[in-house]
Write a new protein. Sequence first.
Length: 243
Amino acid sequence: MTPGTEGYRGFLLDNVLHSPSQGDIHYNVYIPDSYDGSTSYALYMTLPGYEGLYFQGVGANLMAEEFGFEAMDYNDQMIIVAPQLSDWRETSANQTIALAEHFLERYNIDRERVYANGYSGGGETMSIAVGKRPDLFTAYLHVSSQWDGAYEPVAQQRLPVYFAIGRSDEYYGSEPTIRAYNTLKALYEQQGLTQEEIDEILVLDIKEQDYFTERNAPNQHGGGGLFAYDEEIMGWLFSKGTD
C-alpha cells in the first residue's frame, strides 16, 4: 500500500492499494484523529458517479459529491473511504470488494457498522459488489442509478437497501430502480417476510420534481447529489447496525 501525500477537507488523497489479484486501487480516505486502533470504528464506502472516476483527476469525487463529508455528521467514530476507480463494471466492483476487505483486515472495524453508497455509475458498481459480497456490508444506499448486480445473495443476507431516485431521472429513469425494488421485495415475500418486515430492510424512495425544484437542482439526475444532505435518507443508512 502506498499512502497519498496531499489532503483535502480532512481526506488523504490518492492512496494506492497494490492488490495481487485486482491491481492498483486508488482511493481517498478520512480517518478521524481519534482513531488509535483501541476502539472499533464504523466504516463507510462511497462510490461516485462518472465525474468522480480516477481519470477525471485525483480527488475529483470529493470535489463533486458531498456524501463523504455529510457522513461525518452522523458518526464521529467512522472511517470514510472514497475510492476512485476506472469504470463502473466488474473490475471496479472487484476492486471495491478488495478495498473493503483491506480495511476490515487492517483496521479495527465494527463489522456491524459497515456502510456503502453508490451514486449514478457508482451505484452500478456497488450493486455488483454487494451482489457478490453482501456479507461485507451492514446497509447500502443506491442513489440515482440502476441495479447491475445479483439479487439473490442480497436477499439471502437480508442486506438493508435504500433506493433513492428522481421520478424522471434524465439518465436512468426511475423504472430500473422500481424493478430492482420489486425483485428484492418478491424474494423477501418468498421467504415469508411480512410487509412490515420488508419495510425495515427495503425502501423505495421516488422523488418528484418539486423535491428538486425546491432545492434549486439543475435536473433530477444531478440532483441526486442532494440526497447527501437529506437527513431521512442518510439517517436511515447510518441507523442500521446500531440496535
